[in-house]
Design a protein around this ligand. Structure first.
Ligand SMILES: O=C(O)CCC(=O)C(=O)O
Ligand SMILES: [Fe+2]
Length: 188
């Protein structure tokens, strides 16, 4: 894992936060949990190239075609990280009551050792990580304008979560850029 605390300068991060809040096509999908349908505790949008269909928490997501500012970030990430991402999952945590439960990003369509680039805008939130063997746990503060890069076997050994933080009143947008293999590659 690599963490770049000042990947974006403040004025640009501010501009992008407002832009994405207003312009992305946010939805609040429902997932089945313990036999009940419940809305996920945040807003979400999936953008990218047409082949980047993705199953996330049991939901099939069809990508919305790239939006210009998302595409510009994808191009900057290619230069800075050397990875070509073909899709992005945007999450909007409206305040500290929104959250994401423990999971790994290990869906088969991400490939064996996925690189995931996660850009943070808005309120700082705690990013918790725990090892699957239960022995290690730590956390990072994901602040405005920062970039977290997860590569290699991170998703095999670790789970992560964004816990609720009741005192946080400001919104946060997180963009996780991913590389999805097209259907023709599945099962190979
Ligand atoms: O909001 C975050 O920082 C984490 C998002 C995440 O884990 C995901 O989209 O899979
Ligand atoms: Fe994740």
């Amino acid at each position: 894992m690599h963490f770049y605390r000042c990947w974006l300068e403040n004025p640009e991060a501010n501009r992008l936060l407002h832009h994405f809040q207003q312009r992305l096509r946010w939805q609040q999908p429902q997932i089945r949990m313990f036999g009940k349908l419940i809305k996920i505790p945040r807003m979400q949008a999936w953008y990218g190239e047409a082949e980047a269909r993705y199953r996330y928490s049991g939901l099939w997501l069809e990508p919305i075609p790239w939006e210009p500012e998302l595409l510009a970030l994808q191009q900057r990430l290619r230069v800075d990280t050397g990875s070509c991402f073909n899709a992005v999952l945007a999450n909007w945590y409206r305040n500290g009551n929104d959250s994401m439960g423990w999971h790994s990003d290990d869906e088969p369509e991400l490939g064996v050792e996925p690189a995931i680039a996660s850009i943070n805008l808005g309120a700082s939130r705690r990013f918790q990580m725990r090892h699957r063997n239960g022995a290690y746990k730590f956390e990072l503060e994901l602040s405005h304008g920062s970039l977290l890069l997860m590569t290699g076997s991170t998703q095999h050994h670790w789970q992560h979560a964004i816990p609720k933080q009741k005192k946080v009143t400001d919104p946060r947008i997180n963009l996780t850029f991913r590389s999805i293999r097209g259907d023709e590659n599945h099962g190979k």
